[in-house]
Ligand binder design. Sequence first.
Ligand SMILES: [Fe+2]
Ligand SMILES: [Fe+2]
Length: 368
Amino acid sequence: MSAAVDVEGTAAVVQLTLPSSSVADITQKLHDATEATPIALRHRCLFSMRNMATDIAFPVLAQTLDSEPRSQLLRHEVAYALGQMRSEKASAMLREVATNPNEHAMVRHEAAEALGAIADTSEETTQTLQALVKSPEAPRELRETAALAIRRMNKRKAEALTESANAAAPSPYLSVDPADPLDPSTSTETLEQTLLGGDDEGGISADANAEDVANDLERRYGAIFALRDRGSDDCARVLCRSLVGDVRNPSALLRHEVAYVLGQMENAEATDTLVACLSDDDEHVMVRHEAAEALGAVAASNSTCRDVARSALERFRSSAETTADAVDALIVRESCEVALDLLAREERGEFEYVYIPDTKRSVSGKRE
Ligand SMILES: [Fe+2]
Ligand SMILES: [Fe+2]
């Protein structure tokens, strides 16, 4: 048996064929929760799997999501990967994770977001997401994720019905984003106002109108992706202001997406903001996690900010800290380890991110 791998970088899709012994090696490392296999290597194995044919990758990833005993970081990344692979096979499992109150909030969020990315047309998925929007037990970021996912699904359904010529073009970063960018002709000032203006303190609560909140989030997400796609230093600075400081957005969901796109942009302007975000132990763990990984991506591409980024990542990798919650603290530490691994590989001139045991081929991989 061999497996086709397509590794998505920012510019090209590379296809590899792996022998079954390599697939077995990657699977073994991905599932090894002992200290013998560092989290950064397991993370790379996950991205190798994510780029294999679905019939090979799905059972392996499903087992990780189902049975991983230790790393919630890895489990949330599996949920993300299943969404990006857009396999409807994953929907039932993702529905279960998203609705289970015993699951970590970041994993539930990623499962709900993945359901939006897959955008299957089943009643079960629609009902699951609708119930989450209204659920009093679901944390705010999960209710907001579900509201956005419903939007995305409805849009995709409408496009399929009309075979719309206006269907959104794929993201230049090749990610399946939770909302479409606003019109590229929108001025940077208007995008800034859309992202930073107004007041959305309420979030989705029993007394807030879920439709209004979803509209507001969708617009702000659209501004985030339009700013990312424009990609200038000015745009990076606007995004940074929504992440930390006086006008930071009150939604942790929105802030996590901002941290994530700053990593995609790899703009050194974001370094100090990402360090501040990672260093804030009152910040939501999913935002700190995205800030850590974004910092790794920014520093990998910009040698000028490497010292600052490395010292912050090393501090929080070994911090005895941090939050009151041991699981959250582990997520932050592991995110820093993954980011430092990305940086170290870049410095050694190894451009591959995925783990390819037999060939050690050099290919570009890019997360989220
Ligand atoms: Fe997410
Ligand atoms: Fe993440």
